[in-house]
Design a protein around this ligand. Structure first.
Ligand SMILES: Nc1ncnc2c1ncn2[C@@H]1O[C@H](COP(=O)(O)OP(=O)(O)OP(=O)(O)O)[C@@H](O)[C@H]1O
Ligand SMILES: [Mg+2]
Length: 220
């Protein structure tokens, strides 16, 4: 497919979606992908942890081992970083360099919010680990779909697709998810140019409209 130039630099635009479970990230990513497709703009949609064969293997380890076999916090943060290191170098940077947009379902901000603010691991260590894993490749724009821990938990209960698949992180206690939310809000406060908070408690179309409005400032 012929690639359309995305930005003044000729590089693709890098967009990440963040926020708690069931905030509507995947829903919005699909809508945005459709928007780009209609405009004939080449886009790669990918996710973390995952996005590569190795990353998808690591995703299973991180998400679905529970009880005795669950990873400890320190291993968890390193596994996420390993997945990201592979993903950035094999998928994200090559796509952006050839002028293709990248939409990523979770990225380094999730590590800061979940493992840093949520688990209480050292924030400056995580910042350093993120820089190492990403090789400094950060999104041009990050949308944090904001939902309270209670609302997120309510949506998880009602979501049919994952009713029978235990997810270790999803099922962590409410206070953990409250800290994660505060983490995302703090990241947005620190980097207001890149990180945009959008209320997830709106109709899907309204959220999509807000996202397009913010995007137009970046890609014109
Ligand atoms: N704006 C919205 N209002 C109400 N419900 C929504 C909205 N957007 C998505 N949902 C519903 O919330 C659930 C989760 O949506 P989705 O899978 O897009 O979220 P997610 O953030 O990708 O979740 P996860 O973190 O588990 O991947 C689905 O049942 C979806 O239909
Ligand atoms: Mg999702």
């Amino acid at each position: 497919m012929k690639s359309k130039k995305q930005s003044a630099s000729g590089k693709g635009v890098f967009i990440s979606f963040e926020g708690p479970e069931c905030a509507g990230k995947t829903t919005q990513i699909r809508m945005l992908q459709e928007y780009f497709t209609k405009k004939n703009i080449d886009t790669v949609v990918t996710r973390e942890p995952g996005g590569t064969v190795i990353g998808e293997e690591l995703r299973k380890i991180v998400k679905h081992h529970v009880g005795e076999t669950a990873v400890v916090d320190e291993a968890e943060v390193l596994l996420f970083a390993a997945s990201r290191a592979q993903h950035v170098r094999k998928v994200i940077i090559p796509a952006l360099s050839s002028g293709i947009n990248v939409i990523c379902d979770r990225y380094s901000d999730s590590t800061m919010a979940y493992q840093g603010y949520g688990r209480g691991l050292d924030l400056s260590f995580i910042a350093m680990l993120n820089r190492f894993a990403t090789a400094g490749c950060m999104p041009d724009l990050t949308f944090v779909l904001d939902l309270t821990a209670e609302e997120s938990s309510e949506r998880i209960i009602n979501r049919e697709e994952t009713l029978f698949l235990e997810d270790r992180i999803e099922s962590a206690e409410l206070s953990f998810h409250k800290r994660v939310r505060q983490g995302f809000l703090e990241i947005a406060r620190q980097e207001p140019e890149r990180v945009k908070i959008i209320s997830a408690v709106q109709p899907k179309e309204a959220i999509h409209g807000q996202i397009i409005g913010l995007l137009k400032n970046v890609i014109g």
